[in-house]
Every structure is written in structure tokens, then in C-alpha cells.
Design a protein around this ligand. Structure first.
Ligand code: ISE
Length: 333
């Protein structure tokens, strides 16, 4: 029997998850959908054959749903995740787990109360073949001890970004991937602000983050959301015996008019298409085999939100901030 997934929020990302779960992931089917935009929900329900439910809490409790995927607006995540945990339903929530630290902690507490891991968070980069290759090589000792990680996160255009959009919306991926790649924790974050781009509508963009990891490794992150030319993510792990670098994701190289080059996707959906698919398959497999989800946990979601909040404070105050998240509970070890 396929796992029956109820999807809350079928905007661009949610609708793509519905398509993947029905057409590309083995062992899953989308049985119900909800969206605040009734027309959008109707269109996705009609195209996918899923039941359209007018109430997200009824979807979470429905007998025809085994697990829940949340891709609704950020501010709605906490209430839906909490309802799923209460109903003992496995739930995959797109990032952020909740926009504020207190909301994330309420989820961590609820999961501890449920006594088992039910929550997964959609930090899809953990399933990108490039990142996983770097982590595997590093973990196997091929690069020696880590010293530095250089990261770049560029979007095509994003108007005038707020500090929250820059750090909690974009840099949060690097905050998560640094912990995951290095199996380390962030001790402190500083955010430096160079001269702002004329394309940033009077706001600050780019920013340059520096993470001090507990082990002494330094991670630097450029976030530039009005880079203009496309969506690009770079990462190089520098170790004592060698370095490893993400390659450009384009499958082809074009030689034309005196230049050799690769195309750049317009946004993250193209760049991380494989990662989204592999992540969803891993989630579905864990549900079918009743094994622990290999996705980011509620604890990881909490730490990412806490580090992002420290980053926003570091950017606005101009002073480095500690990232203190407390002791990892036994459920997440
Ligand atoms: C967006 O919300 C995402 O989550 C993307 O993965 C990220 O790269 C982008 O910068 C964000 O705006």
C-alpha cells in the first residue's frame, strides 16, 4: 500500500511536491490537499485526483491521510506541525519549522511529549548529490581536519530584502548545511555589511556572514539576493589535506561565440530539483519501513531558526552574537 500524504499549502512548492509524490516518488500517493486559496486547491485536487478538504485540521485528522506535508505560509507552520504531532502523524514541514525560536521550542517539547520522532524539516540541500559527496569524503577523512568553509548564496533578484529575508529566508540554508557538513555546532555569528548594491532598492544587500563553529572551523557566507544573473550556490570545504568544491549544476557546457560556459538556473527549484526528489523519496521510504526519518529533525529546525535569529540581531546591531541552543535532548541524539 502506498503511503497516503495530505498536503497543506499547494502554492508553487506545494504543488511541485504533489506532482513528485504522485509521479516520481515510489510508494506514495497524495490523498488530500488544502490551501487557503480555494481555487488553487481545487485546481491541484482536480489535477492530482486528491480529495479537497476545506479545513487543514480536518486534513490532519482524516482517516484517509497517513502523514502530512506542510508547504503553507511560514507563519502557519507551527499550528499545523503541532496538530500533526498531537494526532501522532508523521509530518514533513518546509523550512522554517517556525519563524520564531519559541514556536520551534513548543514543537520540540510537543514531540518529546509524544515520545517519538514525528517531525522532519525540509532542508533539501542535505540530499543534494554535491553536498552529500563532500560530506561523505570529509567524514571518511579524505580531506583531513576541516579548517574553513566558503559559501556563496546568490538569487537573481528579490527587491529590497529585510534582514529577516536575507538571514532567516536565505542564509538559513548555510546555517543548517554548515552544522550538517561538519557535524559541528555554531558558537557565534557575525554579519558584515559591505556597500549595498544599487539593485537592492535602498536596502542592505549583499551581506557577509562569518560563523565560528565550536570546533574552531570558520565558515564564511556571502548572501546576495539581487545578483542579477541567476541562482547560484557555491561551497568549498577546506581541510588540512585537500579541499572539495561543489561543481556547477548544469548538465551541459556550451561553446559559442568565443566563450565556453554553463547556464545558471533562475531559482532554487531547478538547482535543487534532484535534492527535493531524493529528500521526498527518503522520507517516504522511512515511513514505509518504519525507520527514523533521515531528514533534518525538529531539533535541527529549532537550531536553524535560533542561529538565524542571532544572525538578524548581529546584522542589525553590528555586533557578533552567540548562538546558544542548550543541550540536545535524548530524543535527537
Ligand atoms: C528561498 O525561500 C529558499 O528557501 C531557497 O532555497 C533559497 O535559496 C532562497 O534564497 C530563499 O529565498
Amino acid at each position: 500500500m502506498p503511503v497516503r500524504v495530505g498536503v497543506i499549502g499547494v502554492g508553487i512548492m506545494g504543488a511541485e511536491h504533489v506532482r513528485l509524490l504522485n509521479d516520481e516518488i515510489s510508494g506514495s500517493t497524495v490523498s488530500a490537499v488544502f490551501d487557503v486559496d480555494a481555487q488553487r486547491a481545487e485546481a491541484v485536487a482536480a489535477a492530482s485526483g486528491a480529495e479537497l478538504l476545506p479545513d487543514p485540521f480536518a486534513l490532519i485528522a482524516s482517516e484517509r491521510v497517513d502523514c502530512v506535508l506542510i508547504a503553507s505560509a511560514d507563519a502557519t507552520h507551527e499550528q499545523f506541525v503541532l496538530a500533526a504531532v498531537q494526532a501522532q502523524r508523521p509530518v514533513l514541514c518546509e523550512k522554517p519549522l517556525a519563524p520564531d525560536v519559541e514556536g520551534c521550542l513548543r514543537i520540540v517539547d510537543a514531540e518529546a511529549g509524544a515520545g517519538r520522532r514525528l517531525v522532519s524539516v525540509g532542508f533539501m540541500r542535505r540530499f543534494d548529490p554535491g553536498y552529500t559527496t563532500i560530506r561523505t569524503a570529509y567524514t571518511a577523512g579524505q580531506l583531513g581536519a576541516a579548517l574553513l568553509v566558503h559559501c556563496v548564496h546568490r538569487n537573481m533578484s528579490a527587491g529590497a530584502p529585510t534582514p529577516t529575508a536575507l538571514i532567516a529566508g536565505s542564509m538559513v540554508h548555510e546555517l543548517d548545511i554548515a552544522r550538517w557538513l561538519l557535524d559541528d555546532e555554531i558558537d557565534q555569528i557575525a554579519v558584515h555589511c559591505p556597500r549595498a548594491s544599487v539593485h537592492a532598492g535602498g536596502a542592505q544587500d549583499p551581506v557577509f556572514g562569518v560563523l565560528h563553529m565550536r570546533s574552531g572551523v570558520l565558515v564564511d557566507v556571502e548572501v546576495f539576493v539581487n545578483a542579477g544573473y541567476g541562482y547560484e550556490v557555491r561551497c568549498e570545504l577546506v581541510g588540512e589535506n585537500g579541499t572539495m568544491l561543489l561543481d556547477a549544476p548544469a548538465p551541459t557546457v556550451r561553446s559559442y561565440a568565443g566563450a565556453v560556459g554553463r547556464s545558471v538556473p533562475p531559482d532554487w527549484r531547478g538547482r535543487f530539483a534532484d535534492a527535493y526528489r531524493i529528500e521526498l523519496q527518503a522520507w517516504v521510504d522511512s515511513l514505509r519501513t518504519n525507520t527514523r526519518s533521515p531528514l533534518a529533525s525538529a531539533w535541527d529546525g529549532y537550531v536553524a531558526t535560533a542561529a538565524a535569529a542571532a544572525g538578524v540581531e548581529a546584522m542589525t546591531s553590528g555586533r557578533p552574537q552567540p548562538v546558544s541552543v542548550g543541550e540536545r535532548p535524548a530524543l535527537y541524539r
